[in-house]
Design a protein around this ligand. Structure first.
Ligand SMILES: Nc1ncnc2c1ncn2[C@@H]1O[C@H](COP(=O)(O)OP(=O)(O)OP(=O)(O)O)[C@@H](O)[C@H]1O
Length: 252
């Protein structure tokens, strides 16, 4: 499998009130093109920071990150912003949508800033994605007129607008009830089957069990990994048990 992201020996240190805290401590990982990887680990182990650093949003203090063949440390701020705009989609626990815009405008706003695409094309793409994500009827709704699950579907549409190579998702089901979380995971699995890689941070073993690999973080590094040979509905329960056993072993 061709590598989409290769991160080697990443170190990230934050200054916290004059004291430095090493949040990523020689973390190394690879993500293949089209691969679905989950990241688990205790609170504060550096999972969110890892996503930010891999996307170039926050620079690493040392180590190398290669994204789609390009070394992030050789890229200018503009090039990094362009890479994020075109190749990465972000999904967060709470989608950061604007209250004074309806759902479809929230989905297409970031793309309108990209003057390489025509407004007509952008609107059509947003409508198609909303249809695929099951919120085709909600285009004109205000964001406070839809459920948390529908809001997250809108967040996913927005992340997919540019046709990214990877979605970086930070606890995307963390604010949802378990049925809605499973529905959202069905969507992510479908997006992944169509070729988009996923790097998904989660505390939920049911979510992690859907991945191809699960990376376990502790104290800023990857300390263990699970790789599932069988996937799909039949394998889900077996993979879930493996994730829970590993969490138990690592004391997560
Ligand atoms: N911008 C920042 N400035 C200073 N410290 C930070 C910053 N971002 C994160 N940290 C610290 O880095 C550590 C790791 O945070 P991070 O959010 O990456 O952990 P996490 O594993 O995602 O945790 P959680 O599961 O609780 O979301 C924490 O101690 C946090 O306080």
């Amino acid at each position: 499998m061709k590598k989409l992201i290769k991160a080697e020996e990443i170190v990230k240190v934050f200054d916290q009130g004059g004291e430095s805290q090493t949040v990523l401590s020689h973390a190394s990982l690879d993500i293949g093109e089209g691969e679905f990887v989950a990241v688990m680990g205790p609170s504060g182990s550096g999972k969110s920071t890892l996503l930010f650093v891999l996307s170039g949003m926050d620079p690493a203090d040392s180590g190398t990150i290669t994204f789609d063949g390009a070394d992030l440390s050789n890229m200018s701020e503009d090039e990094l912003a362009d890479l994020r705009r075109t190749k990465i989609g972000f999904v967060f626990q709470q989608p950061t949508l604007l209250k004074n815009l309806n759902i479809i405008d929230n989905i297409l706003l970031p793309s309108l800033r990209d003057n390489r695409k025509e407004a007509k094309w952008i609107k059509k793409r947003a409508e198609e994605l909303m249809e695929q994500m099951g919120i085709g009827e909600l285009a004109d709704r205000e964001i406070n007129q839809v459920s948390g699950g529908q809001l997250q579907r809108a967040g996913i549409c927005r992340a997919l607008m540019s046709g990214p190579k990877i979605i970086l998702a930070d606890e995307p089901t963390g604010a949802l009830n378990s049925k809605t979380a499973q529905d959202i995971m069905e969507l992510f699995s479908g997006i992944n089957r169509e070729g988009t890689a996923l790097l998904l941070v989660t505390h939920d073993p049911r979510v992690a069990a859907r991945a191809e690999r699960v990376l376990f973080m502790s104290d800023g590094r990857i300390v263990s990994e699970l790789k599932f040979l069988a996937r799909g509905r039949e394998a889900l329960e077996k993979n879930l048990i493996k994730v829970m056993e590993k969490m138990n072993e690592l004391g997560i």
